[in-house]
Design a protein. Structure first.
Lengths: 115, 115
């Protein structure tokens, strides 16, 4: 069975600084997808970024980028130039290759951005 | 931009009562999901639904739960006899089946409080 682990329950960062959220996972699959979802206080789940395991290039979306280390089964999220609106819970999630499979979430990291 | 909608946003019910949570997925999406999030905990998969039948269900999804797509637009989750431990946020998600990465679009959630 697949598991996703986020070892940082809470993180904080000052506005305009950079922060990295950690995620590790365990799977015997060779091809799969990884995601970072943001959950602001409104509780809506919003996709931040995704990575296909077969792609060696790390995904980037504006200020958000990932460091995907397949051998180490690590998938960290880097937020550059942090903004107050980045304050939220961040969940790492795993999906098997079949692209309609369920998401398996980690326990989340609460990120607080301070002015 | 199309979005997944859920009603009600908050439901309070007494233990033992039946509740129906409603979701309207994005219109051309084919796969549907329910997840739940007990306060302060991670998001957990409940069930996936395709072509008018359950594709997969988790251990949480016992005989007290059922899903249906009654009219081609709504996707409902019914809990027959609610328990205190059913108190949680319930998220609906949908996906269009495409090759490549499948992004699940989440609704805003329904907060269920069982008293």
């Amino acid at each position: 069975a697949q598991t996703v682990t986020q070892s940082q329950p809470e993180m904080s960062v000052q506005e305009a600084e950079t922060v990295t959220l950690s995620c590790t996972y365990d799977t015997s699959e060779n091809n799969y997808y990884l995601f970072w979802y943001k959950q602001p206080p409104s509780r809506q789940m919003i996709l931040v970024i995704r990575q296909e395991a077969y792609k060696q290039q790390n995904a980037t979306e504006n200020r958000f980028s990932v460091n995907f280390q397949k051998a180490a089964k690590s998938f960290s999220l880097k937020i550059s130039d942090s903004q107050l609106g980045d304050t939220a819970m961040y969940f790492c999630a795993f999906m098997k290759q079949y692209n309609t499979d369920k998401l398996i979430f980690g326990t989340g990291t609460r990120l607080q951005v301070f002015p | 931009e199309p979005e997944v909608t859920q009603t009600p946003s908050h439901q309070v019910t007494q233990m033992g009562q039946e509740v129906i949570l409603r979701c309207v997925p994005i219109s051309n999406h084919l796969y549907f999901y329910w997840y739940r999030q007990i306060l302060g905990q991670k998001v957990e998969f409940l069930v996936s639904f395709y072509n008018n039948e359950i594709s997969e269900k988790s251990e949480i999804f016992d005989d007290q739960f059922s899903v249906e797509r009654p009219d081609g637009s709504n996707f409902t989750l019914k809990i027959r006899s609610t328990k205190l431990e059913d108190s949680a946020m319930y998220f609906c998600a949908s996906i269009i089946q495409l090759a490549g990465v499948g992004e699940q679009y989440f609704g805003p959630g329904t907060r269920l409080t069982v008293t």
